[in-house]
Design a binder for this molecule. Structure first.
Ligand SMILES: Nc1nc2c(c(=O)[nH]1)N[C@H]1C(S)=C(S)[C@@H](COP(=O)(O)O)O[C@H]1N2
Ligand SMILES: [Mo]
Length: 324
């Protein structure tokens, strides 16, 4: 079984304390405060997640798993989006996602597990202390951002449903709501809704894989996948599925949206890989946002988006050209 009780990498509970309460009011303090003061706090103060419909979140910073690269401004992160349920233009999600009702919201967890069930958003999120992780985000279209996400490890959530030994993959589905998602009712849409994604079990349990409920210290804006989305930072952005309503453990590799539409262009794995080009463009470099006509800000793309030390081991012996 892939599930360990107390993996060594887990944030110590002592790092999750009411310190977070004031950490959250502190975009001005860039350093880390974790350390002596935090360690002295009793673990009983560990804060369960509270998820208001909007506004500030309470969290601690995971500096170990955060990059110190310059963050992409909030404005770009929330106005240059891919969320085809709301249209295919980068500006469509910010224009149209605002009216999506994200409360009440429930998530069904089913398939190869001993404790399946459907939970309301609040119950699903409540047991977990939130942490901030500043990750690189690399879209398959060759642009990238640096985003301070707020969330908790997917592994912690999945364990709770007690996946069985046949659970080799995890499948995810986005909400289907054509009334509020104009892209789903569009006659021009080529996408078989709902949007679907999937991970191999070890990828889902990897410490980097984050269930995300916020960014820049605030509740996730709708255009970024409210109320709850995945962030898988070593894979192309389309693996980071938004506005999730269903999670299913399964023995077979899940069918995923982009792989189904164009299997020769978008693989199931879709690990960021500068050595395997997209059939229509190079993946050797990326435009780091903010990026302008006169300062496009091209930078080299890194294997596994720079997260190789955490993830390369999962692909040992695999031909990453074949399993792209
Ligand atoms: N449901 C759904 N999830 C999705 C998408 C989408 O169209 N629908 N787009 C993906 C793509 S291509 C990217 S790059 C990221 C963008 O996330 P962001 O807008 O928060 O930067 O979301 C991913 N998740
Ligand atoms: Mo993307």
């Amino acid at each position: 079984m892939l599930i360990k009780k107390n993996p060594a990498w887990q944030l110590p509970e002592s790092a999750v304390t009411p310190e977070a309460v004031f950490l959250n009011r502190r975009r001005f303090m860039q350093g880390t405060i974790a350390g002596a003061a935090t360690l002295a706090m009793p673990i009983s103060f560990a804060k369960a997640a509270e998820l208001p419909p909007a506004g500030d979140l309470v969290f601690s910073k995971n500096t170990r798993l955060s990059t110190d690269e310059k963050e992409t401004p909030f404005e770009d992160v929330t106005s240059y989006n891919n969320f085809y349920e709301f249209g295919t233009d980068k500006t469509d999600p910010a224009k149209y996602a605002g009216s999506l009702p994200t409360r009440p919201w429930s998530i069904a967890v089913e398939g190869e597990c001993d404790k399946p069930g459907t939970l309301g958003l609040e119950d699903l999120v409540k047991p977990y202390a939130l942490e901030e992780r500043i990750y690189r985000h690399r879209c398959v279209e060759a642009w990238s951002m640096v985003i301070p996400w707020v969330g908790f490890p997917l592994s912690d959530l999945l364990k709770r449903f007690e996946p069985n030994s046949r659970a080799k993959y995890v499948a995810f589905e986005t909400l289907y709501d054509p009334k509020h998602m104009p892209g789903q009712s569009s006659l021009f849409s080529q996408i078989p809704w709902p949007y679907r994604e999937g991970l191999r079990m070890d990828e889902a349990m990897n410490q980097l894989t984050l269930v995300t409920v916020g960014l820049y210290g605030k509740v996730l804006p709708n255009q970024n996948g409210a109320p709850l989305r995945l962030v898988v930072p070593w894979k192309y952005g389309f693996k980071s599925i938004k506005s999730i309503v269903k999670i299913r453990f399964q023995e077979k590799q899940p069918e995923t949206t982009w792989n189904t539409i164009a299997p020769n262009e978008y693989g199931f794995y879709s690990n960021v890989n500068p050595h395997v080009d997209h059939p229509r463009w190079s993946q050797k470099r990326e435009r780091r946002l903010p990026s302008g006509l006169f300062s496009p800000h091209w930078i080299p793309t890194r294997m596994f988006n720079g997260y190789g030390e955490y993830v390369a081991g999962m692909y040992k012996g695999m031909d990453l050209r074949k399993y792209f």
